[in-house]
Ligand binder design. Sequence first.
Ligand SMILES: Cc1cc2nc3c(=O)[nH]c(=O)nc-3n(C[C@H](O)[C@H](O)[C@H](O)COP(=O)(O)OP(=O)(O)OC[C@H]3O[C@@H](n4cnc5c(N)ncnc54)[C@H](O)[C@@H]3O)c2cc1C
Length: 414
Amino acid sequence: MKKYSAFAIAREAFRQHKGWERAWRSPEPKKSYDVVIVGAGGHGLATAYHLGRDHGITNVAVIEKGWLGGGNTGRNTTIIRSNYLQDPSAAIYEKARSLYETLSQDLNYNVMFSPRGVIMLAQTHHEVRGYKRTAHANALQGVTTEWIEPARVKQLVPIINLDGPRYPVLGGLWQARGGTARHDAVAWGYARACSDMGMDIIQQCEVTGVLQENGKVSGVNTTKGDIKCSKLGIVVAGHSGQLAEMAGFRLPLESVPLQALVSEPIKPCMDVVVMANTVHGYMSQSDKGEMVIGGGTDSHNNFTQRGSFHHVEETVRALNETFPIISRLKMLRQWGGIVDVTGDRSPILSKTPLEGCFINCGWGTGGFKAIPGSGFGFAELMAKGYSPLTAEFGVDRFRDGRFIDESVAAGVAH
Ligand SMILES: Cc1cc2nc3c(=O)[nH]c(=O)nc-3n(C[C@H](O)[C@H](O)[C@H](O)COP(=O)(O)OP(=O)(O)OC[C@H]3O[C@@H](n4cnc5c(N)ncnc54)[C@H](O)[C@@H]3O)c2cc1C
């Protein structure tokens, strides 16, 4: 595959852009592969990429029922941070954040990583205590964050109203190298790199069953026929429960839509990401100028990937007090994505009762930021049977009571 470069852009400008190759192939599935990954979201594609790059396993198919990146990966508000409380979480999220720093160069694809900084506002005394505790924990974990006072918050976010009558801003947890990236580009960049290594990305192909022989996985039924494999990775976010059922086991999680919306584009007014968890909304400004606003989850389990009016009203009303200027903005679009939420708000990266079958799920409302680290660790788990990065995230922890409680750091009340 030809490399993207400034020279290539100049060359193509003179050729009416007729020389670009397709970024990835769209082949028909082969009869068998060493590894099949179900789900071409960021986590599935990153897993395939690291299987090839780090472990030399390239006879891989990534099977996607829709279009690649069309699940949560293409629907999220793209916040990247690693300021989690527990050690295993800080390790995997910080690994991911540090991989994002060089992802564009590694993939030769501009993922537009923008480490503009993320503030989590403290608007109650409980949050002040919680975030100061997280800042101390992060210092011990080698994750760079700091507690900042209201004056510094105002300096970083001039449009903020510190003196809201109900929820004044009492400070914040600041991660200067947190930020955002272009979500589609993350999926596209991994897909291109996987295709370049000879892997097959098969879109519009739904997995409808899991094949097994003598307690070991042997392949999948799909809408394009059966495909054999000796290892299977299930990486389907909001549909993890269904795939687990096909493979014959149950998972301790539930699936709910998480909603988001964007405003009309306006001139640059906020160059950091702000999360206001008490009033419940978070906001950043996209390169196009839209305010990208994250809302909450639906209060009942369902599979609609749509937004609903009461969420727009509740989210915008909540943010108005802290950001009065948004009261004058028109909202352009809203949508939802199906997230799978575990009881301790931490993911599952694990072997399963079916030999050769591995599962990566439960990232809930916050898995975009984890994509590179999750792919790195899950590929190691699939290739070698063990990864230090994923060791604590086994599904057995729910049976053994070894929870990784991230209900505060997960950010969105769900
Ligand atoms: C509105 C919203 C805002 C969010 N904001 C953030 C944020 O700011 N920061 C952050 O870190 N995270 C955020 N998240 C969470 C993040 O988007 C997800 O955790 C992450 O994208 C999950 O990636 P994934 O690859 O596991 O899943 P997905 O991207 O959903 O990919 C799973 C794929 O599996 C496919 N699939 C399902 N069933 C089958 C089947 N039977 N056969 C074949 N394919 C199948 C689906 O079509 C889908 O493409 C947000 C999520 C939403 C919905």
